[in-house]
Write a protein that binds this ligand. Structure first.
Ligand code: B1M
Length: 236
């Protein structure tokens, strides 16, 4: 280790988290991966590492990107560093051994390549026992329709981070209506520029402010569905 390198293991939890926010900001993937491992070794729950260290760090990056202090290449490096941490956390978050409680197809809409939030939702849903089929970014309506036909999920999730791409969610919902399949699926939408009102306006069933809310809502919806099936004399 050179003189100016920081010994992450020697830092207290608070200092280490602060250092992780700095390292995310600077796009230091290896340091983020090492720090994630240290926190896990110290007994931190994977979800706490994710929210307190990584998501909070990306929130700070987002503010400076918005304010023109950081630019696209730097933010890409931050996103890459975040992925370094997420690679470690992903299997741990999914490792609940819980039975499959439901199935979701999720993707970012056409014209939009933001996927960090969607990936977080995927991880958290998997962690809660859902089977998730992630169809990636920049999805035209055909991709959503093909994926729901192939996988027959309970839930269709859509993500959009741009004010210019979020209206595309309505295109997908309208296409589902045209095919007569809209009511066969629960449509949940999310992304930083959305809100409840917008979600209702595009014809979604639920607006999800973050990954934890998505899980709670999905669990609630599945519970209601199971109860309805239980009360229905016809076979499910
Ligand atoms: Co972009 N970008 N970006 N960007 N980027 C934003 C979104 C922006 C708000 C930055 C800003 O100006 N402050 C701004 C949008 C402004 C607007 O539309 N009004 C913006 C812009 C303008 C752009 C470009 C146009 C920049 C340019 O090229 N000039 C360009 C567009 C590219 C495109 O998509 N066509 C662009 C590019 C990029 C990068 C490639 C550099 C990179 C993306 C890397 C990647 O995703 N692989 C990037 C990033 C990283 C950001 C910010 C900084 C961070 C986004 C993020 O990952 N947040 C972002 C600023 C910000 O949001 N504060 C910004 C962390 C993530 C955990 O949160 O995605 O909100 P979020 O997800 C949350 C919830 O929203 C929710 O749960 C998630 C987890 O809690 N959720 C869902 C999200 N999707 C859901 C789906 C669900 C449920 C919940 O389904 C059921």
């Amino acid at each position: 280790m050179s003189d100016d390198e920081i010994d992450l293991k020697a830092l207290s939890d608070d200092d280490l988290v602060g250092q992780m926010h700095d390292d995310l900001y600077d796009g230091l993937k290896d340091e983020i991966a090492e720090a994630v491992m240290i926190l896990l070794d110290r007994g931190w729950e994977p979800y706490k590492v994710l929210t307190v260290a990584l998501v909070e760090g990306m929130r700070i990056v987002g503010i400076d990107f918005r304010d023109g202090i950081l630019f696209v290449p730097e933010v890409l490096q931050s996103a890459n560093a975040m992925k370094g941490g997420m690679t470690i956390l992903r299997p741990l978050l999914a490792e609940t051994g819980a039975p499959r409680v439901g199935k979701m197809v999720i993707g970012t809409v056409k014209g939009d390549i933001h996927d960090i939030g969607k990936n977080l939702v995927t991880m958290m849903m998997e962690g809660a026992g859902f089977e998730v089929i992630d169809i990636g970014i920049n999805n035209p309506v055909e991709n959503y329709l093909a994926a729901i036909e192939e996988h027959q999920p309970d839930i269709l999730g859509m993500s959009a981070l741009l004010t210019t791409t979020m209206p595309y969610m309505k295109v997908v919902v309208e296409a589902m209506k045209e095919k007569g399949i809209r009511d066969d699926y629960v449509v949940m939408v999310g992304g930083a520029p959305l809100n409840e009102e917008f979600a209702m306006a595009v014809g979604a069933d639920a607006y999800c402010a973050d990954a934890a809310v998505t899980v709670d809502m999905a669990q609630e919806i599945m519970k209601r569905r199971h109860n309805q099936r239980g009360a229905d004399p016809r076979p499910a």
